[in-house]
Design a protein around this ligand. Structure first.
Ligand code: M6R
Length: 369
């Protein structure tokens, strides 16, 4: 069943190019327009949406956090991302013009289900992004967009995360198409970029041995920090979650811009810090800001482990270790940047002799509140 891999998690990491490719399959018509057949919500309702709230838990919530950057950019609709268990207890502002997007691998997470019910009671339409057919949340939603990642067995979510980002991006592009925020050729070119991702994800996986060796050499570390900016911020949060749940190491993700507002005080000699570096070709000089962050923490003794784009010579000068990923448009970079972090957590847990498929105290789907 593990297809020759040591663990389901390892297999599922290797499944990721397929998870993304299959989630993209069959979503365009002969003219190249995006068609989401499963999204059975009246077009007039979707045109009138004035706010999107993504509700989810854990890794699924981080995929929503990534999608927020893309959907706001493409559709100019405000997107909030809320942990499902917080959403329903804070009297959220939800009405008929709110589109709630519930993201869940299992489709059974009780917190997310209760939030879906609450949102619908307030008159919102709910689209769920779900991996498991026949599960409860799609049955209770107005529409469902399935991720086609295949069954995910390991407790730590990997391929579902990439498929969730892909599906949420399809939803964002569909809304942009419907509402006229983007020209058809712009949408076609963004879809081409997405279709190019499985090949690039495969490249990152093939470079995994260096990540594994690094993880093995760090098996005695007890605290790891992760920094990212823009879409790299939720990637940092996800990298930290993987390490907590698999290797039982205290790990924390920060928005790199927050460093000087507190977290930099954590840095001392030898402190491992992962940094997700934005593309040097991206807008708004984010790249140089993150490179400065690397210099700042290194000057204070940090051991910097950097995820950077091929050819980023600037980063090479300042990082202790670099995990290279292929070039990709900024909004698509999370599909690549998270992969070394998944491999790192898995390899470090394995080096500690832990069961990566079934970490202590955790269940694959959390069906209680
Ligand atoms: O099945 P769901 O996607 O609703 O599950 C949500 C979280 O419980 C899940 O992502 C959890 O955080 C994973 N163990 C993370 O690896």
């Amino acid at each position: 069943e593990k297809g020759g891999f040591d663990s389901f998690m390892d297999k599922e990491i290797h499944d990721q190019p397929h998870a993304v490719a299959d989630t993209l399959l069959g979503r365009t018509d002969a003219a190249g327009n995006l068609v989401l057949d499963d999204l059975r919500i009246d077009e007039s309702v979707l045109r009138a949406v004035n706010k999107i709230i993504v509700i989810a838990c854990g890794t699924a919530a981080y995929s929503g956090h990534v999608a927020k950057y893309a959907i706001e950019h493409w559709c100019r609709i405000p997107v909030e991302v809320e942990l499902a268990h917080e959403f329903r207890y804070r009297d959220p502002i939800v009405d008929e013009r709110t589109l709630v997007v519930a993201v869940t691998q299992s489709g059974e997470t009780m917190d997310t289900l209760m939030a879906v019910r609450h949102a619908r009671e307030q008159g919102a339409k709910v689209v769920s992004i779900v991996n498991t057919h026949g599960s409860t949340i799609p049955r209770e939603s107005d529409a469902v967009l399935y991720t086609h990642a295949g069954p995910e067995i390991a407790v730590a979510s990997t391929k579902a995360f990439l498929a969730q980002i892909t599906a949420a991006y399809l939803l964002g592009l569909y809304l942009a198409q419907l509402r006229g925020n983007k020209f058809p050729d712009e949408i076609a070119s963004l879809l081409d970029d997405l279709r190019d991702m499985p090949r690039k994800i495969q490249t990152v996986i093939e470079r995994g041995e260096y990540v594994r060796a690094t993880a093995r050499s760090m098996s005695d570390c007890d605290k790891v920090l992760f920094l990212g900016r823009h879409v790299g911020f939720p990637v940092a949060l996800e990298g930290a979650l993987k390490l907590k749940e698999l290797a039982y190491i205290h790990a924390e993700g920060f928005a790199a811009g927050e460093l000087k507002h507190g977290p930099i005080a954590l840095i001392d000699e030898g402190q491992p810090v992962f940094v997700v570096v934005p593309s040097p070709r991206g807008r708004d000089s984010l790249h140089s800001k993150v490179v400065s962050n690397i210099q700042e923490i290194r000057a204070r003794g940090a051991h910097t482990l950097v995820i950077a784009e091929d050819g980023d010579d600037e980063v090479r000068k300042y990082a202790d270790e670099v995990f290279w990923i292929p070039k990709a448009p900024t909004l698509l970079q999370p599909l690549l940047a998270v992969v070394p972090l998944q491999i790192f957590a898995m390899a470090l847990a394995t080096a500690k002799g832990l069961d990566v498929d079934q970490p202590r105290n955790l269940a694959k789907s959390v069906t209680v509140e």
